[in-house]
Write a protein that binds this ligand. Structure first.
Ligand code: URP
Ligand code: ZN
Ligand code: ZN
Length: 462
């Protein structure tokens, strides 16, 4: 007995066409017409787009930061994700100082195991690089199924790695099939600018963006491009936020650097005018990089359209305004960084990309599902609609309209970064490996998400 989704408009990264999808067990068995057999559960899908389940390759759930942890853990975060049409997340497992990679990864398995409503995998954030850790890279990629690492060029005094470590990780990644993701901001300059602002008494959250201007991001991207060029290692720039950084990526690509880049809905839809708010509420927008001047948005949308930017992820990292963000009430540099968004990624990109004529439907699917799957070793199991792929499917009602806000979102956090913003289109029914996990916009059932071992990074996939 199977499930047949009848008559939806299937959208992949290359095509849009009307057909039935037959699901058997966890997989797509066939695509065609009149696929129903006796005893099948036939789901009428006429009038819906059917997208492959979204892949959010940048989340931080249950992340400890100083004395607190993110407001969303794996249960609330992945439940919000699935309601928004994301069926796989790749979270940043973190090796804290003094730990091995194995200890860091075990820690994240404990946090996520049995709690996820989406399928999930991990990148490994390395914050303490040494010879022993270097020897763990082949294990990480070949046995643990973690084929990407993350390095921070920012957050001096906590997670920042110096150039020597950066260079050595890139060299070590070669031959292991590891893609190195990098947070590009010059943490030393951020540290100096922050100190200067503090000395001038500029400690309110509105001053956060002045401590991390676009040049700080561009300088770090440029340094990374040169290190990638010298080592020959592939790199992935996370949460790219501004024109200057994107132009640096484009130039590097033209001269043959193996670089890929991600942006996030917040940089496409929100801008730095939020920092004009003189109340503490603008702490909700203390994220790194910060929101940028509105002029940047056209460049980022064009970058997505012409392929300088490869993927859109949320960098979901939620902290409550009350009791968490307000740890920095007297000093913006003590505000835990990050913002919520995992539920809204598809909706914002659909509304302000596809409906606004900035992205085609196929490009939309490419950025939210297909290219993340290819870059991070999940394709074609995930990221497409094809026989043999996991039946991760989103039935999308393009006529649904609503206003995003904290009163109705599924995030477990006391504010919305997108409060009052309109969304068009909604994930009405969602299937995860053949099980219906969202029905009429409501999450049904238990956390069924499985850990995904990922394939090594292969240049030929992208
Ligand atoms: O402000 C941000 N982006 N917080 C999350 C951690 C990171 O830098 O990705
Ligand atoms: Zn980051
Ligand atoms: Zn992040």
């Amino acid at each position: 007995m199977g499930i047949v989704l009848r008559g939806g408009a299937i959208v992949t990264s290359t095509d849009c066409y009307q057909a039935d999808i037959r699901i058997e067990g966890e997989k797509i068995a066939a695509i065609g017409s009149q696929l129903a057999q006796a005893g099948d559960n036939v789901v009428p899908a006429e009038g819906y787009y059917i997208f492959p389940g979204g892949i959010d390759a940048h989340t931080h759930f249950d992340l400890p930061v100083s004395t607190i942890s993110t407001a969303d853990d794996f249960a609330s975060g992945t439940r919000a994700a699935i309601l928004g049409g994301t069926t796989t997340v790749i979270d940043y497992a973190t090796q804290f100082k003094g730990e091995t990679l194995r200890q860091g990864l075990d820690n994240w398995h404990r946090r996520a195991g049995g709690n996820c409503y989406t399928d999930y995998s991990f990148h490994m954030a390395i914050t303490d690089w040494n010879e022993q850790v270097a020897r763990e890279l082949p294990w990480l990629s070949q046995e643990a199924g973690v084929t990407s690492v993350k390095l921070y060029m920012a957050y001096k005094h906590s997670m920042q790695l110096d150039d020597s470590a950066l260079f050595q990780v890139l060299e070590g990644s070669l031959g292991c099939g590891i893609l190195t993701c990098v947070h590009c901001e010059n943490g030393d300059i951020v540290d100096n600018l922050t100190r200067q602002l503090r000395q001038q008494g500029k400690t309110a959250p509105a001053f956060h963006p002045l401590s991390r201007p676009p040049r700080v991001e561009q300088e770090a991207v440029n340094r990374l491009m040169i290190l990638a060029e010298m080592t020959g290692a592939p790199v992935f720039v996370v949460h790219l936020s501004c024109r200057e950084a994107m132009e640096t990526v484009a130039e590097a690509r033209l001269r043959g650097v193996r670089v890929f880049a991600e942006t996030c809905p917040q940089y496409l839809v929100l801008d730095d005018s939020v920092y004009q708010d003189t109340t503490f509420a603008c702490a909700g927008y203390v994220m790194s990089p910060p929101l940028r001047a509105r002029e940047n948005q056209a460049y980022l949308w064009n970058g997505l359209r012409i392929g300088i930017l490869d993927t859109v992820a949320t960098d979901h990292c939620s902290f409550n305004l009350l009791g968490q963000k307000d740890l920095g009430r007297e000093d913006f540099s003590k505000i835990p960084n990050g913002a919520p968004g995992v539920e809204h990624r598809l909706g914002l990109l659909y509304t302000y990309g596809v409906k606004a004529g900035k992205l085609s439907l196929t490009q939309f699917v490419d950025k939210v599902a297909t290219t993340p799957a290819k870059l991070f070793g999940l394709y074609p199991r995930k990221g497409t609609i094809a026989p043999g792929s996991d039946a991760d499917l989103v039935l999308w009602d393009e006529n649904s309209r609503f206003i995003i806000g904290a009163a109705s979102h599924a995030h477990n956090v006391d504010y919305s970064a997108y409060e009052g913003i309109a969304q068009q289109g909604k994930a009405v029914h969602v299937f995860l490996r053949g099980r219906q996990v969202v029905k009429n916009g409501i999450a049904t059932g238990d956390p069924l998400g499985k850990y995904l071992f990922r394939k090594p990074f292969l240049r030929s996939e992208v």
